[in-house]
Design a protein around this ligand. Structure first.
Ligand code: TUI
Length: 295
């Protein structure tokens, strides 16, 4: 949710009973600190910060989290092992995103409090396994809580995640199409317009696959990857593209979105999304119970 999450969105999620997550992404320490302070002004509930592990200033970002007494950290796009001693010393709850059982087991050994098992249905940087197979296998392998992510936008997804052994869910794309999300309206409309097959994975050949909604940038990636141009050229093409999308460029912006976009048809408030998530899961549970009773 780099460039997409903001104090307003994270605070809205926490105020509605979820755990809002701010994206540290490529922010400077100063700007991350400002965002944390702004979020504290908007909610008195706990919230977390997501760290992208390949960032050059990550140690300085962690300094800020500790100084600002952030209680929960999620990590993405790498193995957070090297940072665990600092998190542990500061008493921070750590929940790494994991794309495989192997990494889930490793971070659990290193002291993770929970893992976020994110399937390839998700938007942005992704792994290979689907949520359906990943969550069940990770839940079978660990004795810490598993949070399911990737392809979850409503109560049916929440109920399905519980069925697979998860204790909670993480939503990304669903929260982009909310009133409180501060990306350009073009981005939200692109998600509303998208159908089930409108996302595509770019950058597989770079080792950093990223799921985005099909557009001119995606076609450009496809062309260059088919021509097997050097990785540096692809990385250059990808630089700054999420910010461009967040600012409204739907042609050459990286409009990151999960495959669930086809199911999102309305911009709603965060509170309504969370209310429907819970009531939808309860309805789903009843109908599952009936179906199973009739077996
Ligand atoms: O990180 C995300 N989503 C993101 S990051 C991002 S910015 C970016 N742009 C281009 C290339 C890379 C990043 C846009 N969206 N989600 C969490 C996530 N983490 N998804 C998958 C993973 C992951 C992948 C491999 C986590 C760990 C991992 O480990 C590999 C290893 O080192 O064992």
């Amino acid at each position: 949710m780099a460039s997409v999450s903001s104090p307003r969105l994270a605070a809205a999620v926490s105020n509605a009973g979820g755990l809002g997550i701010l994206a540290a992404s490529s922010q400077t320490e100063e700007s991350l600190r400002e965002q944390i302070i702004a979020t504290k002004k908007l909610t008195d509930k706990p919230f977390g910060v997501n760290l992208m592990l390949m960032m050059g200033n990550i140690q300085k970002q962690i300094d800020v989290l500790i100084e600002e007494n952030v209680q929960v950290v999620t990590t993405g796009a790498g193995n957070p092992g090297a940072f665990f001693p600092r998190f542990k010393e500061a008493g921070i709850v750590v929940m790494p995103v994991v794309p495989s059982v192997a990494l889930a087991k490793r971070v659990a050994r290193q002291g993770a409090h929970a893992v976020i098992a994110e399937g390839t249905e998700a938007g942005g940087h992704i792994g290979e396994l689907t949520t359906m197979v990943l969550v069940a296998q990770v839940a079978d392998s660990l004795d810490i809580p598993v949070i399911a992510a990737g392809g979850i936008a409503d109560g049916r997804g929440l109920a399905a995640a519980f069925a697979l052994g998860a204790e909670a869910v993480q939503l990304g794309t669903r929260f982009v199409a909310t009133v409180e999300c501060e990306v350009h309206d073009n981005y939200k409309q692109q998600i509303l317009k998208a159908n089930d097959r409108d996302t595509i994975v770019t950058g597989r050949t770079t080792g950093h696959p990223v799921r985005i909604i099909r557009n001119k940038l995606a076609r450009e990636f496809e062309r260059l990857e088919a021509e097997r141009v050097p990785v540096e050229e692809l990385e250059k093409l990808g630089t700054g593209r999420l910010k461009a999308a967040a600012s409204g460029d739907m042609e050459m912006g990286s409009v990151m979105s999960g495959q669930i976009a086809g199911m999102i048809n309305e911009i709603e408030t965060v509170a309504d999304v969370i209310k429907e998530l819970v009531s939808g899961a309860k309805d789903t549970s009843k109908s599952i119970h009936e179906k199973i009773s009739n077996l």
